[in-house]
Design a protein around this ligand. Structure first.
Ligand SMILES: Cc1cc2nc3c(=O)[nH]c(=O)nc-3n(C[C@H](O)[C@H](O)[C@H](O)COP(=O)(O)O)c2cc1C
Length: 212
């Protein structure tokens, strides 16, 4: 197991990534790469860029944290009153990107997005640090606020009003992207990068190498 990014980058750029190396299930391949980059100490490995589109087809992108992943796809948690949640209500489809730049890896997902169960949202919430749990009560997300003092006053009210442990606010919900397309990108020398794409086909997955 490689435990620093510089060594991982050298090894992975030299070794590359081929269709023959790829797991039959893309989420298994994702889990393997995530575990490798986490072990290698890559910065912010669970940060994913999430792109949605609004009712007028305008794209919006922002970073969210990977809250969970299994064969069903990557999941994240957010405020159901947020702009991204409104986008997903209008157009329940998203693209997500993980960039592990220190080791020249990228993973892209595209597919429909649905709500997770309440039990899963509870689990994502419980995994948050205490301060972050309290902060989820400060909202609605992306609403305009007067100043920082207003936010801090709201946090203080939450501290006084909410029992301990702090419960999940009803607006804090989970979403899962069900992958239709997943692409794994491994940087190689001379820009001759390796790209392996999974596409759903006939109940299974079609794997193809793409030109860099
Ligand atoms: C590293 C990082 C992690 C973030 N994680 C989350 C997250 O898990 N959920 C979330 O709602 N916002 C998260 N944010 C904030 C979002 O990027 C964004 O500001 C917020 O969700 C509002 O987006 P919206 O107005 O498009 O709905 C994160 C931001 C960064 C930089």
């Amino acid at each position: 197991m490689i435990t620093n990014p510089a060594e991982a980058r050298t090894a992975w750029v030299a070794h590359g990534f081929d269709v023959a190396d790829a797991a039959p299930e893309p989420m298994d391949q994702f889990a393997a790469w995530l575990a490798e980059v986490q072990a290698a100490g890559v910065f912010g490995p669970r940060a994913m860029l999430l792109a949605t589109a609004d009712a007028e087809n305008r794209p919006h992108a922002r970073v969210v944290m990977l809250a969970g992943h299994d064969r069903r796809g990557p999941a994240f948690a957010t405020d159901q009153r947020s702009p991204k949640a409104h986008d997903l209500a209008a157009q329940p489809w998203a693209a997500a990107v993980f960039l592990w730049g220190e080791v020249e890896r990228q993973v892209r997902f595209e597919g429909p997005v649905t709500r997770t169960s309440k039990a899963e949202a509870d689990a994502y919430f419980t995994n948050r640090a205490v301060g972050a749990r309290l902060a989820t009560w400060v909202g609605p997300q992306s609403a305009v606020v007067d100043d920082r003092a207003a936010l801090e006053a709201q946090l203080l009210r939450t501290l006084q009003e909410q029992p301990s442990p702090v419960p999940r606010p009803p607006d804090y919900v989970g979403y899962r992207l069900t992958p239709e397309v997943v692409e794994f990108w491994q940087g190689r020398s001379d820009r001759l990068h390796d790209r392996v794409r999974y596409r759903r086909a006939g109940g299974g997955w079609l794997l193809e190498r793409l030109s860099p």
